[in-house]
Design a binder for this molecule. Sequence first.
Ligand SMILES: N[C@@H](CCC(=O)N[C@@H](CS)C(=O)NCC(=O)O)C(=O)O
Length: 220
Amino acid sequence: METNFKYPILYTFRRCPYAIRARFAIRSSKIAVEVREIKLQEKPSEFLKSSPKGTVPVLITKSGEVLEESLDIIKWALSINDPNKWLAKGKLENHEITKLLDDLENKFKPNLDKYKYRNRFFGVDQCLFRDKNLNFIEKLNSYLEKNKSLNCEHLTFLDYSIFPFIRQFRNVDQAWFDKLNFNYLNKWVNQIIDSKDFSSIMKKFKKWEPNDVPIYTYFD
Ligand SMILES: N[C@@H](CCC(=O)N[C@@H](CS)C(=O)NCC(=O)O)C(=O)O
């Protein structure tokens, strides 16, 4: 059902890696959205009404479709406009890309949580979960040995979809991470961190309240 929104609505949380990757794609596609920054500890009822599962990011299109998965938001944005060729075909087959993203979500991220949020997982050996992720980052480093990006000659949606999680992993103990000497991966992370893309999508927005004047942006 068509809504009366001027622009699609994006519920987001600044530091969430899933929300970060969705914002990257929205910026790349230059699609304006109404941004609603929320706190995960106090989810607004409007947000939960649209998406009872209660995770960010959530995008509500102008036709009222609710996208509750970051990868769906990325695909939606890039299918409308892909000026930076983030969907370009590279050396990886589709099933390899899917496997990489599945491993990120179902293996890397749970290990990262146990490593990063040590007080939530009391009694767990964090180093064990940190080291379980070495295979994954080693694989990324080997992909980056041949190219500046994971799949193509240029950075694509795959790089921006994986980057926020690698950044979080690195930030838990950067001195340890740097000593691994995954030089290609370090260069790749730093290249994105130092980019205008990253500073733009990490800009701070005030917490959204229902009666606020809407904030429209494409994270430029
Ligand atoms: N598969 C989802 C995962 C999203 C997700 O888990 N987001 C976290 C924040 S990083 C969240 O909203 N968690 C709910 C909570 O903490 O209450 C996606 O790709 O969008």
